[in-house]
Write a protein that binds this ligand. Structure first.
Ligand code: FAD
Length: 359
């Protein structure tokens, strides 16, 4: 008798690879058989960052990591050194290479249809209209970045810039994100929270101004670019699409609405699912994130939508007045209620009161 666990993925993106790695770790590579169907098996040139302690599941795919984070606003900037946590960068390619080193994957090309009823479980990365809660707020985190190379030292390789608001704020909440790979090379990304993506020139204007005025460099070569958009909305998709047929990744609503970070949540979600399967023999989606965090996210989304001008000050204050590890755990929904009260106490309260009374 063949007692292998057959796992089929409809869509072979980042989430499919992350869930497979977790399945290898939790169920054993020798116990699973992984098949992935996608329109194309080309790997997107995508940088994927998470924060946390080294995670055994994906750590070997690490491309770079930083211990110190910078924030900027107005005319100031400050750095925070993390205590236990690290800001870690992976890529879609490094995650795929790690999976290929752990198990054989059958990769099929084509348009995905209904799941194969004979497999143990189907994980689906395709978007679908069925919801548990329709979106009442629909924003995007959209970005365009340059990987630049300079001919003299311009970056501090030990410090990643998580949010620098020292750029034109006239068209949506906008900040610059910098991942330095050495003193003369960095990914510099212009990120915006708003309803629609910008035309390329808008991001480029901010990037040029930031490099010139804040990094103080005008002589650089753009060696690669990255463009993307991630949903920032309060929609909750229906994840269990049928028996042992579960939506994952962005399609499964795993994106944190207020930050766009998805990978770390996929790892935790996959771990919960695989452990539940080990105990019960059943694959089902874990309970959605706590109502408290859902409520916080919706409140901040409302402020981003209705009062974007106050958002840079809120985010700056959040990082300025709180220990960095606490904020990162808060954004990962790992804090306790008393820590959250301390965080809220540190923030300008008027925008939150207005958001509470506004529909
Ligand atoms: C540029 C960019 C940078 C990001 N950076 C980060 C980051 O730093 N940290 C973080 O946590 N998150 C990040 N994200 C968010 C998120 O982690 C990524 O979007 C991630 O790729 C989501 O994985 P996924 O598998 O859900 O979607 P995808 O990786 O987009 O995969 C979906 C797959 O499904 C396939 N597919 C869809 N429909 C069909 C069909 N009908 N038939 C066959 N195949 C189909 C597609 O071809 C695709 O390969 C980023 C997103 C982008 C766009």
């Amino acid at each position: 008798m063949n007692d292998q666990i057959t796992i089929n993925f409809l869509g072979a993106g980042v989430a499919a690879h992350v869930y497979s790695l977790v399945a290898c770790a939790e169920l054993g590579s020798e116990s699973i058989r992984v098949t992935m169907l996608d329109r194309s098996h080309e790997v997107p040139d995508r940088t994927l960052c998470v924060w946390g302690e080294p995670d055994a599941v994906i750590h070997e795919a690490l491309v770079a990591e930083w211990r110190t984070l910078r924030f900027g606003y107005g005319t100031q900037s400050f750095v925070r050194r993390m205590d236990r946590l690290r800001y870690q960068q992976y890529t879609a390619a490094s995650i795929r290479a790690l999976l290929d080193s752990r198990t054989d994957v059958d990769r099929l090309t084509g348009e995905a249809g209904a799941p194969d009823a004979s497999c143990t479980v189907t994980f689906d990365s395709r978007h679908d209209d069925r919801v548990l809660r329709a979106a009442s707020i629909n924003l995007l985190q959209h970005f365009h970045g340059w990987r630049v190379r300079t001919n003299h030292p311009a970056f501090d390789p030990d410090v990643a810039t998580m949010m620098d608001f020292r750029v034109d704020q006239s068209d949506g909440v906008c900040f610059i994100y910098v991942l330095p790979y050495g003193p003369d090379e960095a990914l510099v990304e212009c990120t915006v929270f708003s309803e629609v993506p910008w035309v390329r020139e808008h991001y480029e204007r901010r990037l040029t101004a930031y490099l010139r005025d804040v990094i103080v460099v005008t002589d650089y070569e753009i060696v690669a670019t990255e463009t993307g958009a991630i949903p920032m909305c309060d929609r909750i998709p229906l994840r269990d699409r049928g028996r042992s047929w579960i939506a994952i990744g962005v399609a499964g609503g795993l994106t944190k609405p207020t930050t766009g970070y998805t990978v770390a949540r996929c790892i935790r979600d996959a771990e919960a699912m695989m452990r539940h399967y080990r105990q019960t023999g059943v694959f089902t989606s874990p309970a959605p994130s706590s109502r408290r965090f859902d409520w916080y996210d919706r409140l901040l989304l409302k402020i981003i939508r209705d009062e974007p001008a106050v958002v840079p000050r809120i985010l700056w204050t959040l990082f300025r007045r709180n220990p960095i590890d606490r904020i990162l755990r808060f954004l990962d929904e790992q804090t306790r209620f008393h820590e959250e009260l301390m965080i809220f106490w540190s923030l300008p309260w008027l925008p939150f009161l207005k958001a509470l009374v506004r529909r």
